[in-house]
Ligand binder design. Structure first.
Ligand code: PDD
Length: 280
């Protein structure tokens, strides 16, 4: 069952008009929320980011946080009992009578679905994953979680064709984030990640990873990372709601830390697992 504009219905019965601005222009905002053992992880930060993003693009938030929380729980109650799942939530500006770039007051379209997913596997993650680097061709408001993801899906497809996990994006020799995750490096015991700003999505998982590192007594710094710093790193990780924190040990055929997962990643990963069990 999925949720569309007030109703829980079967996915194959859920239709949106061709006049919906989400369809015509990608004029919409989305969120992806992980759910562990029925508990929505970091629900408040996700709903806060949704609210901020809707404000930024001037789409009225159709619900209060309390109402969103209620709808999310109802959506989960309509799912088969998956151990872990992730909720995809989308709010479009709504449907107009005809296609035009400008808009007047419209009723937002709200869509939500939940999909089962496998929890991260420590042993698999310890094998390390690969990535490639590419120039970032996206616009300069990557901090807004908009559904216009053409560049991101082109990168994702390239990653798939190259049999790698992710594409690391580079602007003017600074590595910012990846096509669908944030980026971290470790050098001499300190964790570095790009500062919040227009060139990265302020990932919810990114915050949790920084908190976990902090908890473990590891220094963290939010500073720009050059491409040279990336290849010279002791460890490289990526983070997202569907991957948690995943070590990268090979980039563009270059081995990081001789292809081995470093010493800091397991500390942060293990703390992340504790956060998952605490935060419902
Ligand atoms: N992607 N950067 C980009 C470009 C992303 O698309 C994502 C998430 C992140 C990590 O954000 P968070 O930790 O809040 O998931 C960073 C989601 C999962 C997606 O598009 O499916």
């Amino acid at each position: 069952m999925v949720y569309l504009n007030g109703n829980f219905i079967k996915k194959n019965k859920a239709f949106v008009s061709v006049m919906d601005r989400g369809f015509l222009f990608g004029d919409s905002i989305y969120e992806v929320l992980p759910v562990y053992e029925g508990n929505i992880f970091c629900m408040k930060p996700h709903l806060d980011r949704l609210d901020n993003n809707l404000k930024t693009v001037n789409i009225p938030n159709p619900h209060t946080s309390e109402k969103w929380a209620k709808l999310l729980r109802e959506l989960l109650a309509h799912q088969p009992k998956h151990k872990h799942q992730y909720i995809y939530l989308q709010v479009t500006r709504g449907c107009d009578v005809d296609r035009k770039h400008t808009y007047d007051k419209l009723e937002p379209t709200v869509y939500m679905q939940s999909t089962s997913f496998e929890d991260s596997n420590r042993d698999e993650y310890l094998l390390g994953a690969s990535a490639i680097t590419r120039d970032d061709i996206r616009w300069s408001q990557c901090n807004i979680k908009v559904t216009s993801l053409l560049a991101n899906i082109m990168y994702a497809q390239e990653a798939k064709q190259n049999n790698v996990e992710e594409v690391i994006l580079c602007r003017d020799n600074v590595v910012t984030e990846c096509s669908s995750s944030n980026l971290f490096i470790v050098k001499n015991g300190c964790v570095y990640t790009h500062p919040k700003g227009p060139h990265i999505l302020p990932g919810i998982t990114r915050e949790v990873v920084l908190e976990c590192a902090d908890y473990c007594g590891i220094n963290t710094e939010e500073v720009p990372i050059s491409k040279e710093d990336l290849f010279d790193a002791d460890e490289v990780w990526i983070s997202s709601s569907t991957r948690e924190v995943l070590p990268i040990t090979k980039i563009d055929s270059v081995l990081i830390n001789q292809g081995q997962v470093g010493e800091i990643w397991p500390l942060v990963y293990d703390r992340f697992q504790v956060e998952k069990s605490l935060n419902g």
